[in-house]
Structures are given as structure tokens and as C-alpha cells.
Design a protein around this ligand. Structure first.
Ligand code: CUA
Length: 340
């Protein structure tokens, strides 16, 4: 309940942030059945709280005027009042009943929302929080993405949420309530999207200096589109030959192997590139942001600037300056741009 109430100022802050793409996250515009339940509870609490607020403040203002000091002062002392048992019982009982009621409704909704489907065919997506990015794994397909979550509509999806370092919180306000990502523990949340669309997700737990960069994009696809996307990711198609003059992606692949990028990153179609310290680079070219948001856009030029000198663009980053030459960086970017 406290989180639900906190959601309002938080959403206001998020709406003011200068991110492009996708609808702004807003917990009262539900796009899934679970979000609908949370939204109803939010409105119910808001209306109730408004009634109490108006009543209490109204009485306060009324009393201030009605019983204010008047001149000339009365010659006789007004009656002195010491407590009113009936009123006191009332103002202790009514709020208690309201709180008990809200508690009951919240607990029953929580029970509905945390029903994890046991059907073995249910799609499980692993969600792993890292300082400072999210990694998603799609069931037994072997497909992984970073900061880019794709889900089919119309079917229940279970998220298996954990963290490799500190506590993060996984939250897509339009789709489901937030859940903590704790190291050494698996938390589960389920939901079913209603229609294809694009949404924004956030990390909702202060987790360090890069917390504000832990934003991710959620794309809900029709079941057929989702399947096509999975197959496309699995095929790990070799990079297309470069058009005349442009750098050849195959040269980039060779540079990546030679420079040891795979020690920290998992990179599709690069043998031995299975590091887990940095983000998985599958689909890096189609992300809306890179470098944890240190760069405003994600285009070949941005990517090149980033890999040539990460600490200059994002002080404190663990990504190293490998001393790439302009030519090496161009080739590497040519390869990375094939990872859509
Ligand atoms: Cu991760 Cu905040």
C-alpha cells in the first residue's frame, strides 16, 4: 500500500524525464489484467483518502473561523470542555476500520497477483539485475537480451527475478507491480499483456550511482511475432557483407575476438565471447539507449564514441578504455550494428 501511494510522486518524476520512445510509465493506465487490479486499488484508496482529507481540513477551517477570538472579549468565561468520550471513540474507530478494510482488500489482491501458473508450458523469463543494467533470458531458447524485454501478448508470462550484486527492483508500471531483485534469491511475478505495444520499465530501488540508468524497454508482441523474433535471435545470422566503402562487419568480429571484449560481454556469433560482467550485446543496435544512459542516443557514431573512451563519457564506469584506434572502433561498430 505504501508503495502504491509512493507510485504517484515517482510517476510524476518519471513523466518529467527526457526519455523518448514508448509511452510514459503510469501506474493508472493499466495494460494488463494485473495492472488493472492494482490501478483499481489505487483509485479506491485515492478517493477514500480525498474524502477524509476534505472532511478533516474542512472541519479545521470551519472551526478556525467559527470559534475565532472576537472583540470585544466576552465578559463571562465560556464553558470549559475536558474531552468528549463519544467523539474520541469515533475518531479512533473510524480510521481503524478504514485501515483494516484497505488492508483486507490489498491482501486479497496481492493473493490474486502472486498466483504463479504451474502449467509447464508457461513461458518463464529470467530477469537479472546488474549494476547497472537488466538481463533477460527467454525460457529454454537460449536467447538473452539486455535492457530490451520482449513478451508475447495473451499468454501468462512468469518472471524469475534475481540479482547478481545488490538489491534492485523490477517494475513496469503499465504492466505489473514492482518486485525486488535480491541476490541469492528468486522472486516471481506473473502477468498477461493485453495488446502489442511498447512500455518503459525502471529499477525502483536505489542501487548505486547508476540507478537512474537502469531503464529498459518492454515490447509486447503477438505470439507469432514473438516466435519469429526468437527464431531470428537463435539463428545468430552471420553479418551481412558491407556495402561499398563501409567497414566490413566480419573484420569487426575479428577485432572483437582479438581485443578480448568477450571476457566481459556475451556477444552473438563471436566464439568464446561469453562474459557476464558487462551487458550481453545481443540486439545492442536496436536498443534505445546504451552506456546506461550516458549517451542520449544509440547510433553508430554514439557507439563508436563510447567504445573508444568509456570513462570519458561515463566517469566511474567499469568498462575499460582499450586504446582502440579509429579504424578498429569503426570496424567493431560495423559488427555491433548487425546485432539487431
Ligand atoms: Cu538497480 Cu536501482
Amino acid at each position: 500500500m505504501r508503495r502504491l501511494l509512493l507510485a504517484v510522486p515517482l510517476a510524476a518524476v518519471l513523466c518529467a524525464s527526457p526519455l523518448p520512445a514508448a509511452a510514459q510509465p503510469w501506474p493508472v493506465a493499466p495494460a494488463s489484467d494485473g495492472a488493472e487490479q492494482i490501478s483499481q486499488l489505487f483509485w479506491f484508496t485515492l478517493v477514500l483518502a480525498t474524502i477524509v482529507f476534505v472532511l478533516v481540513e474542512g472541519l479545521l477551517i470551519y472551526s478556525s473561523f467559527r470559534f475565532r477570538r472576537r472583540t470585544p472579549l466576552p465578559t463571562i468565561e465560556p464553558p470549559q470542555i475536558h474531552g468528549n468520550t463519544r467523539l474520541e471513540v469515533m475518531w479512533a474507530t473510524v480510521p481503524a476500520l478504514i485501515l483494516i478494510g484497505l488492508f483486507g482488500i490489498t491482501v486479497s489482491r496481492l493473493g490474486d497477483l502472486s498466483q504463479i501458473p504451474t502449467d509447464p508450458n508457461t513461458l518463464h523469463i529470467s530477469v537479472t539485475g546488474h549494476q547497472f543494467f537488466w538481463e533477460f533470458g527467454y525460457g529454454t531458447t537460449g536467447v538473452k537480451t539486455t535492457n530490451d524485454l520482449r513478451i508475447p501478448v495473451g499468454q501468462s508470462v512468469v518472471f524469475d527475478v534475481t540479482s547478481v550484486d545488490v538489491i534492485h527492483a523490477f517494475w513496469v508500471p503499465d504492466l505489473f507491480g514492482q518486485i525486488d531483485a535480491n541476490p541469492g534469491r528468486l522472486n516471481r511475478i506473473t502477468y498477461k499483456a493485453r495488446q502489442p505495444g511498447e512500455y518503459r520499465g525502471v529499477c525502483a530501488e536505489l542501487c548505486g550511482a547508476g540507478h537512474n540508468g537502469m531503464l529498459f524497454r518492454v515490447t509486447t508482441l503477438t505470439a507469432a511475432d514473438f516466435q519469429t523474433w526468437i527464431e531470428q535471435q537463435q539463428s545468430g545470422a552471420p553479418p551481412a557483407p558491407a556495402a561499398g566503402g563501409a567497414a566490413n562487419p566480419a573484420d569487426g568480429a575479428a577485432r572483437i575476438a582479438q581485443k578480448g571484449c568477450g571476457t566481459c560481454h556475451t556477444i552473438p556469433a563471436i566464439p568464446g565471447a561469453n562474459g557476464t560482467i558487462g551487458p550481453n550485446l545481443a540486439g545492442v543496435a536496436s536498443r534505445t539507449r546504451i552506456a546506461g544512459g550516458a549517451l542520449p542516443n544509440n547510433g553508430p557514431d554514439d557507439l563508436k564514441r563510447w567504445i573508444m573512451d568509456p570513462p570519458a563519457l561515463k566517469p566511474g564506469t567499469i568498462m575499460l578504455n582499450l586504446g582502440l584506434t579509429d579504424d578498429e572502433a569503426t570496424k567493431i561498430v560495423a559488427y555491433l550494428e548487425t546485432l539487431k
